[in-house]
Structure formats: structure tokens, C-alpha cells
Ligand binder design. Structure first.
Ligand code: GDP
Length: 295
């Protein structure tokens, strides 16, 4: 993951570190290279510009020019800015106390990894000792309910389907069921579409209004790069999402979505999907990802 981005930054840091003196020309050249690296990584242009301006301004300051190892100091600035871009701190799920059921709504385009990651998160929360219920409210794709039932069995988490054949009534019934049986967390899988459309937004808004979830998690496909950011903006405008699971991070060599989502939407990446298996979900740590990128 992130191989291309790592390669670009490895070159940049190699030319900086160890220099006993840094000139304005060195700074200009490094800034140009950072710019190309970010654009090649498919980072949103506005985000890239802001990053470059902030980094350049600080790099030209006294702290770098007078440092014992000015190159190292410069790299530290890039690292700090990157951590900031990725969201600064790890962002936890906003779950209620043990006696109240928390509801998490899963949103995303078809194929983004919504159903798989709903099961992954169910397993993650179950492993923390929580009682979890999944609800299959993706009724646009006949196979989706079956898929969640199979995954639910794999992770040992029950899947609610109920009697209702419309997603809003089903989601509401799932909330009642979860409360009645004192589940700690209810995760509702909703329908996706091939692309953002009005019908989809109307449906997810209606479900969201009906169940008033504690978390509205958008499963964003890292492979979509900047397009993932456009999708995120549309969902956020419709239902005010609370955060992301960035799926298929294992296959993302460029990192554009990871570096742009927080900055553009203001919403944090909470987890990354790192494979097809149900165990392949990791908490998103901005500092660790920045260290990985900068080596
Ligand atoms: P949905 O239509 O949004 O529910 O998407 P699915 O959950 O059916 O996932 C679509 C495809 O992406 C499946 O083949 C999944 O195995 C795959 N997938 C989901 N998450 C990840 C991930 O984190 N990494 C990789 N490599 N594949 C994933």
C-alpha cells in the first residue's frame, strides 16, 4: 500500500537529510517535488496547494535555516503537515454507554466494500466484548442480504432481516430488536448505487431520519482517489456523515483519497480496510500512516 507515494517522498527526503546548509534554491526544488508527488498521488488540487503553501512558509523560516540538520528539520515539517492532513489524531467511534444501544449506519456506493466492512466492524466490536447485531437493509441487490448473512455467520454476529421489505421499516424494526435484546451496537448495511443519484440520497436520508444513528460511516473506496472525495461530499451534503472507513487501502498505491478526505469534508477516517478477509480492518492512525509515507 502507498508504494508510489512512498517512492516519491523517499526521493525528496533523501535529497534533504544530511545537508549541513539549505539554500532557498534547495527549498524551492523540494517544494516543486512535493507538489508533483502530491498531484501524482491524486491528491485534491486545493488540498495540495494548501499543503505546499504551509510547508514552504515554514521551511523558509529561521527554524530550518538555523537548525543543526536543516534537512531533517524540513522533513519534520513535511511530516507534521502530513499528520495534520490525515486528521491529526486517531478518531474513535462515538458509542454510547453499555446500557444503551448505539446505531451505526453504513453508507457507500455499490462495490465500495460496504457489506464486507460492516461484517469487519462487527467482528472488531465483538472482539472488544460488545454484543453486536447486523441489519441487512440493502434491498436493492437481492444477493446483498445473503452476502451479509454469510459474513455474519463467519464473524459470529447475528443478522436481522425481519418481515419488512422496505429498507426504512426494516431499519426501524432492527432498532427495536436491538433495544429489546439489549445489543450494545447495531450496524445497518444500506443500499448503494453505481454512482451518486437522487433516489439513493433520498433513501439514505429517510433511513437516517428514521433511526437517528450515532454514527453515519461512509465506506469510501481508496482506489477511486479524488473521485472518492467527490462521492464523500455528496453523501455528506445529504446526511452529514460522521466519518469514513477507507476500504481497499491495501490496493491503493497512490494515497490521494487518504490525504484529501479529512481536509475536504472535515470528517475523520476512522478505519482502513486492508484486505478482503473479515479480520482485515485497522484503526486509522494518522501518525503511523505519515511515518509509513515518509519512511
Ligand atoms: P458493497 O457493494 O459496497 O457492499 O461492496 P462489497 O462489500 O460487496 O465489496 C466489494 C468487493 O470489494 C468485494 O470483492 C470485497 O471482497 C472487496 N473489498 C472490500 N473491502 C476490501 C478491502 O479493504 N480490501 C480489498 N482488497 N478488497 C476489499
Amino acid at each position: 500500500m502507498l508504494e508510489r507515494l512512498q517512492d516519491s517522498f523517499a526521493k525528496i527526503t533523501k535529497t534533504l537529510v544530511g545537508k549541513s546548509k539549505i539554500t532557498d534554491k534547495n527549498i524551492e526544488e523540494a517544494i516543486e517535488e512535493i507538489k508533483s508527488a502530491l498531484l501524482e498521488a491524486d491528491v485534491n488540487l486545493r488540498v495540495a496547494r494548501r499543503f505546499i503553501n504551509a510547508t514552504a512558509e515554514e521551511a523558509r523560516g529561521e527554524k530550518v535555516l538555523k537548525a543543526i540538520d536543516p534537512g531533517q528539520q524540513f522533513v519534520k515539517i513535511i511530516y507534521d503537515k502530513m499528520v495534520h492532513l490525515l486528521g491529526d489524531e486517531r478518531s474513535e467511534l462515538a458509542l454510547r454507554g453499555p446500557d444503551v444501544t448505539s446505531t451505526i449506519l453504513f453508507l457507500g456506493l455499490q462495490g465500495s466494500g460496504k457489506t464486507t466492512n460492516a461484517a469487519k466492524l462487527a467482528l472488531h466490536l465483538k472482539n472488544q466484548g460488545r454484543r453486536v447485531l447486523l441489519c441487512a437493509a440493502d434491498l436493492s441487490r437481492p444477493a446483498a442480504v445473503k452476502q451479509l448473512e454469510i459474513l455474519g455467520e463467519q464473524v459470529g454476529v447475528p443478522v436481522f432481516t425481519g418481515e419488512h421489505q422496505d429498507p426504512i421499516s426494516r431499519a426501524k424494526a432492527a432498532v427495536q430488536e436491538a433495544k429489546k435484546h439489549q445489543y450494545n451496537v447495531l450496524i445497518i448495511d444500506t443500499a448503494g448505487r453505481m454512482q451518486v443519484d437522487t433516489d439513493l440520497m433520498t433513501e439514505i436520508k429517510a433511513i437516517s431520519d428514521a433511526v437517528n444513528p450515532d454514527e453515519k460511516i461512509l465506506v469510501a473506496d481508496a482506489m477511486l482517489g479524488q473521485n472518492a472525495v467527490d462521492v464523500a461530499k455528496s453523501f455528506d451534503e445529504a446526511v452529514e456523515i460522521t466519518g469514513f472507513i477507507l476500504s481497499k487501502f491495501d490496493s491503493d498505491t497512490r494515497g490521494g483519497a487518504a490525504l484529501s478526505l479529512k481536509s475536504i469534508t472535515g470528517k475523520p477516517i476512522k478505519f482502513i480496510g486492508t484486505g478482503e478477509k473479515v479480520e482485515a480492518l485497522e484503526i486509522f492512525h494518522p501518525e503511523r500512516i505519515a511515518s509509513r509515507i515518509l519512511g
